[in-house]
Write a protein that binds this ligand. Structure first.
Ligand SMILES: Nc1nc2c(ncn2[C@@H]2O[C@H](COP(=O)(O)OP(=O)(O)OP(=O)(O)O)[C@@H](O)[C@H]2O)c(=O)[nH]1
Ligand SMILES: [Mg+2]
Length: 225
């Protein structure tokens, strides 16, 4: 009986995700879902990514957190529209479900956007299980978390199209080998697109921005007027 309930819940989520996918296709909008453990650097990477992309692409952001509007305040400084979702009133979910994304998309003027960025709730497990109608899933892993995380939390790395190894600037202070991070990610997902960067210093940021531009162009064509 319980298994039936679980299937039903995921079934409903997938159906809403499919509707979102159709809507975004119709509107020529590229949407990506950024996920990581708490504090890996999602918001800082996105602040700098939006700054780099906003002259070419019209961007809207959806930010998920259990509590607070701290990340949406940081991202709103880029000048693009931001919608905050707090999951606490809905039971404090550790991920964004397609229903919440659907409500957040209704708050954005989709006819005036080329790209929607979703910053998911900081968690390396649950967000990987929920489709939200996105074109790409991106996982961020930062050096201080340790090189074994892809092996211990494989689903996230299996479902992600791209992975970012962040906080390279901290390598001299840590007793670890940066190469092992990439090796372990590739053990789980050999064909994943991999970026290594420091969002703080900007090292390695350019290939990530190029990839985002390419992916967005593939989806939305030359953009809208
Ligand atoms: N040294 C260093 N610090 C970084 C880097 N990227 C992010 N940080 C810092 O790491 C901390 C967490 O970064 P956030 O961008 O808030 O991380 P997040 O993944 O959005 O966190 P949650 O939304 O809470 O899950 C902040 O103090 C950032 O300034 C980096 O490349 N190097
Ligand atoms: Mg954040």
């Amino acid at each position: 009986m319980e298994i039936k309930v679980v299937k039903k819940v995921l079934g409903v989520n997938d159906a809403i995700a499919e509707d979102i996918r159709k809507l975004l296709k119709q509107k020529n909008i590229f949407m990506f879902n950024m996920m990581s453990s708490p504090g890996a650097g999602k918001t800082l990477i996105l602040q700098k990514s939006v700054a780099a992309l906003k002259k070419d692409l019209r961007i809207g952001i959806i930010v998920g957190d259990i509590c607070t509007t701290r990340d949406s305040e940081r991202l709103a400084e880029t000048g693009v529209p931001v919608v905050q979702i707090n999951t606490e009133p809905f039971g404090g979910d550790c991920h964004l479900g397609a229903n919440l994304i659907s409500s957040a998309l209704a708050e954005l003027d989709l006819d005036k956007l080329d790209m929607v960025i979703v910053e998911n709730v900081g968690n390396l497990v649950c967000p990987a299980e929920f489709e939200i109608g996105e074109d790409r899933k991106v996982v961020v892993l930062s050096l201080p978390e340790g090189e074994d995380k892809p092996l211990k939390y494989p689903l996230m790395f299996r479902v992600a199209h791209a992975a970012i190894v962040n906080k390279l600037d901290l390598e001299p202070h840590l007793d670890l080998d940066r190469k092992t991070f990439a090796d372990n990610i590739r053990k789980i997902h050999p064909a994943i697109t991999l970026f290594e960067m420091s969002a703080k210093t900007g090292q390695g940021f350019e290939p990530w921005i190029k990839w985002l531009k390419k992916e967005a162009k593939a989806k939305s064509g030359a953009g809208k007027n």
